[in-house]
Write a protein that binds this ligand. Sequence first.
Ligand code: AMP
Length: 427
Amino acid sequence: MRVLVLGSGGREHALVWAIARSPIVDEVLCAPGSDGIAADARVIGIDASDSRALIELVKREGVSLVVVGPEDLLAAGIADRLQAAGVAVFGPSAEAARLESSKHFAKAFMARHGIPTAAYAYFTSADEAESHVRALGGPCVVKADGLAAGKGVSVCAGPDAALRAIGEIMRERRFGVSGAEVVIEERLVGEEASFYALCDGERFVVLSHAQDHKRALDGDRGENTGGMGAYSPAAPIDARLEREIIETIVRPTVAGMCAEGRPFRGALFVGLMIAAGRPRVIEFNARFGDPETQALLFRLESDLVPLLVGAAEGRLPPDSPTVRFGDPAVCVVMASEGYPRSHLTGREITGLEALAGLPDAKVFHSGTRRVAGHWETVGGRVLGVTARGATLEAARARAYELAARIQFEGAHYRRDIGARAFQARRS
Ligand code: AMP
């Protein structure tokens, strides 16, 4: 079969890589893809939001499955339009993707279905939001309602910071129309983890979990980013907690979405806060995460493709098959100078060629291009250096050893990806 992946980042590179390993796949296409992704897929330079061009491509190339990477395509209804044309799509409808694209929808949904999460209030008026945080008087979290590339969230120590965040979101519209509405939440304290399940609207298959590193600098300091690295499996999640996450969060979410007439088909990625051994939802995402997917899928031993097809076609096996994962993996993101603020690009990257074809590591490309026979940077996040090892320590050491062999001017990366796992174990 032929599979088409939509998107162009590191997550899509990892999806392409995992799908291409399937014995039932003849060819993977990727649109719009990137020069880095072209090492593992046939890249088709069309706009992934142009559903007419996509449908034409699917028909012409005999594609039997489309896998959607980014959330903005889902929120804009790409899955609806492809499905209406008879194309099998892995990724939820716009209505089901509201679990991610509207924080208010997600919070109200969790309240309706008794899913554990932080207490919240919702505002369309900046004045009212400001009165609310003054009345709270303590820590809180301010979130723009809509999609903001993971950056519309401020964790605030007190009212002053919350007032600043409301001003940026609602008055200055730093995140555009996403800031017309805000959700203000109780601040949760604990260990974060990302939990993944593949859903077909009624049934689900549990994948595994990962821990992301959102802040720009070591020790979780600095600004929020799209993600500076990840490791999998996530240290805070053991078998008991996994069962609790499935029973109190994943199962009621899938059942609730189905009962409300918006069945969720695709990757359900639950962002969790774990405190005192109890999981609570920080946020839902309606697709795979970046860079968690690089670490997660690099561990995968089962064939991903029958599960993606089963989810897309509403026929996952009823008996919840176990998906096999191997050794731990770590993904270290190498970023451009200045990221996550405005950053410098067009810098030549050296050292990549020597890292191709390694059995225990893979460099996934997020923001690179090939120019006149060499690689150069084009994005804020540039590469995801991903390695496996018999232990998490070994995987980390290997990822850092390989990252040190890649050079570009101004490159920066965190030195502590995965280190929280050891701290969590010690405490
Ligand atoms: P989100 O985009 O919703 O994942 O939020 C980005 C980051 O903000 C999360 O990864 C958390 O670190 C933090 N965050 C979000 N909601 C909360 C909360 N209720 N309590 C504490 N931290 C939060």
